[in-house]
Write a protein that binds this ligand. Structure first.
Ligand code: ADP
Length: 399
């Protein structure tokens, strides 16, 4: 059984071909600059690594190039594209309509389209990926996997904002949460590592990457998460401001004569660790600068870690206890300094971190960085969103 996982952005498309019998990624890659001059296909498979520069006028061109590369007689991994049993699509926003992955039908496409209002940049791009695959592989079943779905179990008190109730009922304004497939995957792995019945587990998952979100996962279900109506809420991120006094928005617009577009760009692209440090959105650069004595860089890193720590405390209170903290994604998996800063001072919760092992633990594998007797376990678990998408796709097409 071979499943193609597609993550389509507005001008990019990431793909992985997964053999579900062995759970091996047999090929993967990326199309860049779709519809822009200088389009590029990157492909890795069968021991080959290829980059092809060719014009891709739209996502259909991009998918065709991907399928050609996968079934290339010399460097491909398939005899023909008929060997692809199904396609799993990542979709950013499922609103309240999708609390689980679904088989893609005309009806589902229509609903995703209706949800565009909630994710104006992402859902249309995801739909372009779906339409392109349907055009080229009309007989292959497709499944949609939503970033928001895992968080649909949040109770009302966690997803409501303190606005008039009509903001929710008439305008769909509520907390949705994102990175759901990642929180689902790593919390599931943590449950297995805790060796406890899932109903009894209380886990905080910290997905720390370019975008970061923290979730409270109680009994295997998300009960709260730091991203909200959009992926702008929560901790300060690479370039996003995270949570702040909402009055700052109108104040900024007045002070800097910005319109809604301007203030959106300011908060989404110029803020966070980049805006605070003035150095970069990449934590490696910011850490380098901090080590050289750059005070703004140091303040940015401290601000990030402090906010992650605050969520861990808040979510322990929300769940009435804590069994494990999980770090994942680019920063969570690799940045030992951030992990140390977040964990320092959490002893009162029952966290006994092994900071020496934290410095030396291997990367790219599941490790436990708490001491054996720590009441709260601390795990670093590489996330695998593609595997969740492929597994959901397999289980839906097998039904
Ligand atoms: P995305 O949200 O785009 O999926 P990732 O999860 O890949 O992001 O995280 C990317 C970020 O991870 C980079 O911007 C960088 O800040 C951080 N990162 C990656 N490797 C390291 C490392 N070795 N040390 C510190 N930070 C790292």
């Amino acid at each position: 059984m071979k499943i193609l996982v597609v993550n389509a952005g507005s001008s990019s498309l990431k793909y992985q071909l997964i053999d579900m019998d062995s759970r091996d990624v047999i090929a993967k890659g990326l199309c860049e600059r779709i519809g822009i001059e200088g389009s590029l296909l990157k492909y890795k498979g069968a021991g080959h690594s290829v980059e092809i520069q060719r014009n891709m006028k739209d996502h259909t061109d991009a998918i065709q190039m991907v399928l050609d590369a996968l079934s290339d007689s010399e460097k491909g991994v398939l005899k023909s594209m008929d060997e692809i049993d199904a396609v799993g699509h990542r979709i950013v926003h499922g609103g309240e309509k999708f609390s689980k992955s679904v088989l893609i039908t005309d009806e589902v496409i229509k609903t995703i389209e209706e949800l565009t209002e909630l994710a104006p940049l992402h859902n249309p791009a995801n739909l372009m990926g779906i339409r392109a695959c349907r055009a080229i592989m009309p007989n292959t079943p497709m499944v949609g996997v939503f970033d928001t779905a895992f968080h649909q179990t949040m109770p009302k008190e966690a997803f409501l904002y303190g606005l008039p109730y009509e903001a929710y009922t008439e305008h769909m304004i509520r907390r949705y949460g994102f990175h759901g497939t990642s929180h689902q995957y790593v919390s599931g792995r943590a449950v297995a590592m805790l060796n406890k019945p899932v109903e009894d587990t209380k886990i905080v998952t910290c997905h720390l990457g370019n975008g970061s979100s923290i979730s409270a996962v109680k009994g295997g279900r998300s009960i709260d998460t730091s991203m909200g109506f959009t992926p702008l809420e929560g901790v300060p991120m690479g370039t996003r401001c995270g949570s702040m006094d909402p009055a700052i928005v109108t104040y900024l617009m007045d002070k800097l004569s910005m319109d809604t577009k301007g203030v959106n760009a300011y908060m989404n692209k110029k803020s966070g660790v980049l805006g605070l440090s003035g150095v970069s959105s990449d934590f490696r650069d910011v850490e380098g600068a901090a080590a050289d004595g750059n005070e703004r860089a140091e303040a940015a890193l401290n601000c990030f870690a402090y906010n992650v720590k605050k969520y861990i405390g808040a979510y322990s209170a929300a769940m009435g206890g804590l069994d494990a903290i999980v770090f994942t994604a680019g920063i969570g998996e690799n940045d030992r300094g951030v992990r140390k800063a977040v964990l320092t001072g959490l002893e009162y919760l029952g966290v006994d971190a092994d900071f020496e092992y934290n410095e030396n633990a291997p990367r790219g594998e599941e490790v436990e960085i708490s001491r054996p007797n720590s009441k709260v376990k601390v795990f670093v678990i590489p996330t695998d969103e593609e595997m969740v998408i492929a597994s959901d796709t397999l289980s839906l097409i097998s039904k």
